[in-house]
Design a protein around this ligand. Structure first.
Ligand code: FA5
Length: 334
């Protein structure tokens, strides 16, 4: 069942019905149809929620609540607008008087960057997926071909929330990379897939000008019958050109990740030096198999990009810590 499609359709229809309502009666009709407690489209969606597999419940439930809140807010806003008294011409409102400008709030620069990233990738045909920030070891390591004795699993290099015991069957940790969403997507969907997933990741890294303990990554995954390294390079080059400008010099350096083979690091030139913006590669056949895909039938590429570093490149920001200090003089510039 495509929950996302039902949700989007519901929201679109509801917003249109509310938007075109020109009388209290029409608005009431919209309320009954889209927000009715006993029956109506919201009720139908709610009954669909009951059929969601347990592991997807938190995400799908969250989407449901967000959409319901947005539709309710639009309805309430419209109600206020319809109720507002209409001033007759020549009434006490003198529109020629100077007004007091209201300083409007703005989206955080990282949020703006995330929105733009998703837009660019949507134009390249990549849908947006989400995954949980609290993960199990299967999605953060095992399915990504990172064995038990691999240094990346060192408890000192991760934020573990609980260890496996007889009480807790499974260890839990804050995800250290958005690559977890590759696994969750492939477990749920059949190829071909073409997705991005943006979100927070956590690592006990030493904080400096380009590192933080909590930062955002954008994961990309494309799997299908003919996906090659050339597809990967094209997509990353197009992405960098769209966000940083046509002429931005990019470079692919051989690298290693347990979940891709071959692997590359993706750098962009800044002044006289290169800044590493992400890792990428061809999805390792072991990873495809772990998710139930046939490595003989499909191939794929994946990448993980640091969002803050891209934003820093574009705006000439010299220190990642500025994003997290809530200094208004910094934030107001975006
Ligand atoms: C990864 O996290 C891999 N999951 C990327 C990947 C995905 C490779 C899919 C292959 C296939 P890495 O640890 O290099 O790789 O991090 C990717 C990017 O995240 C870095 O290039 C950098 O831009 C950003 N990054 C990493 N650590 C930090 C940090 N502490 N603070 C801010 N950004 C960081």
């Amino acid at each position: 069942m495509d929950y996302e499609q039902s949700f989007t359709q519901y929201e679109q229809d509801a917003l249109v019905a509310i938007g075109v309502a020109t009388s209290a009666e029409m608005l009431e009709q919209a309320r009954i149809e889209f927000l009715g407690k006993k029956q109506g489209r919201l009720k139908d969606l709610q009954s669909v929620l009951g059929t969601v597999p347990v592991d997807q419940k938190p995400i799908v439930g969250k989407r449901f609540n967000e959409i319901k809140e947005r539709v309710t807010a639009a309805w309430e806003q419209k109600q206020l607008t319809l109720k507002a008294p209409k001033k007759a011409a020549g009434s006490e409102l003198d529109v020629t008087l100077p007004g007091a400008a209201l300083a409007l709030g703005k989206l955080h620069p990282l949020t703006q960057t995330i929105e733009e990233f998703k837009d660019i990738m949507a134009r390249l045909g990549f849908e947006s997926e989400e995954g949980p920030e609290v993960e199990d070891e299967w999605h953060n390591f095992v399915a990504l071909n990172i064995p038990e004795d691999h240094p990346a699993r060192n408890p000192l290099d991760n934020f573990y929330l609980s260890v496996a015991s007889t009480v807790n069957q499974e260890a839990r940790l804050l995800r250290s990379q958005t690559s977890t969403v590759q696994i969750r997507t492939m477990e749920r969907r059949k190829p071909p897939v073409r997705i991005v997933s943006v979100g927070r990741v956590y690592r006990p890294d030493q904080i400096d000008a380009t590192h933080h303990m909590m930062f955002h990554q954008m994961e990309g995954l494309m799997v299908g019958p003919d996906v090659t390294m050339a597809s990967l390079k094209t997509v990353l080059q197009l992405f960098a050109a769209a966000y940083l400008g046509e002429s931005v010099p990019v470079r692919f350096r051989p690298s290693f990740f347990p979940f891709t083979e071959p692997s590359v690091e993706f750098d962009v030139r800044r002044g006289n030096s290169w800044l590493e913006l992400g890792g990428a590669g061809m999805v390792d056949p072991n990873v495809l198999s772990a998710c139930g895909y046939d490595p003989e039938a499909v191939s794929g590429f994946a990448f993980g990009l640091g969002i803050a570093r891209f934003c820093m490149m574009r705006h000439g920001i010299d220190d990642i810590r500025h994003f997290y200090e809530n200094e208004l003089r910094f934030l107001q510039q975006f």
